[in-house]
Design a protein around this ligand. Structure first.
Ligand SMILES: CC(C)(COP(=O)(O)OP(=O)(O)OC[C@H]1O[C@@H](n2cnc3c(N)ncnc32)[C@H](O)[C@@H]1OP(=O)(O)O)[C@@H](O)C(=O)NCCC(=O)NCCS
Length: 171
């Protein structure tokens, strides 16, 4: 009997052709999902937008904004049916690799305090809480996709990078 090895999921740049599936996953995961416009604007603005494919199936994605040595992880999601199999950690690792390749010294992100999976994923990866957003107290929101933040006062997490560089896992 011979074992059949499954190829590892691929990590690739997101394209406009991926947006339909990305939005399908997004709308299934979040009460206040990003819109098609949010993803399209991110692509057109040149943010680092990536997808994970298991075979031909898109199962996860991430959006990273980079500027002046800082990276901001704006979205990282794994389709519900593919969760708890290590894809989230691998995707986070790949996104951190991109940030470091682009000379980011630090990566920031926000996560709801009630998001146990997200909190554990990030803190076990070495992110540390540095503050709490105060959208709720401001009473006004910068954008529609921040409606979720209005109710939860998300925590800000940060991970600093050492200088040593490492190579991207390429497709
Ligand atoms: C958070 C998310 C990206 C994790 O993806 P995933 O593929 O399920 O994560 P992994 O299987 O790689 O798990 C990595 C670690 O994260 C933590 N984790 C992930 N899901 C968890 C859950 N539901 N409960 C508790 N811990 C969880 C665990 O520490 C896990 O390690 P372990 O399995 O060795 O205990 C995924 O649940 C998701 O997309 N959620 C909805 C969107 C979201 O909340 N995004 C992040 C906030 S912006």
């Amino acid at each position: 009997m011979s074992a059949v090895l499954r190829p590892a999921p691929s990590f690739e740049p997101m394209s406009e052709a991926d947006l339909r599936r990305v939005l399908e996953i997004e709308e299934n995961l979040y009460e206040f999902p990003w819109t098609l416009g949010n993803f399209r604007d991110s692509l057109r603005a040149g943010y680092d937008c990536w997808v994970v494919r298991d075979g031909k199936q898109l199962i996860g994605y991430a959006v990273l904004m980079l500027a002046a040595g800082e990276a901001h992880l704006l979205n990282l999601s794994v389709a519900a049916h593919a969760q708890r199999r290590g894809h989230g950690r691998t995707l986070l690792n790949d996104v951190v690799g991109v940030a470091r390749e682009r000379d980011a010294k630090v990566l920031f992100l926000e996560v709801r305090p009630t998001n146990e999976g997200g909190q554990r994923l990030y803190t076990r990866y070495g992110f540390r809480q540095i503050g709490v957003a105060i959208w709720k107290r401001w009473g006004s929101l910068p954008c529609g996709s921040c409606a979720d933040a209005a109710r939860f006062d998300p925590t800000f997490l940060r991970r600093r990078f050492r200088q040593a560089r490492f190579r991207l896992r390429g497709p």
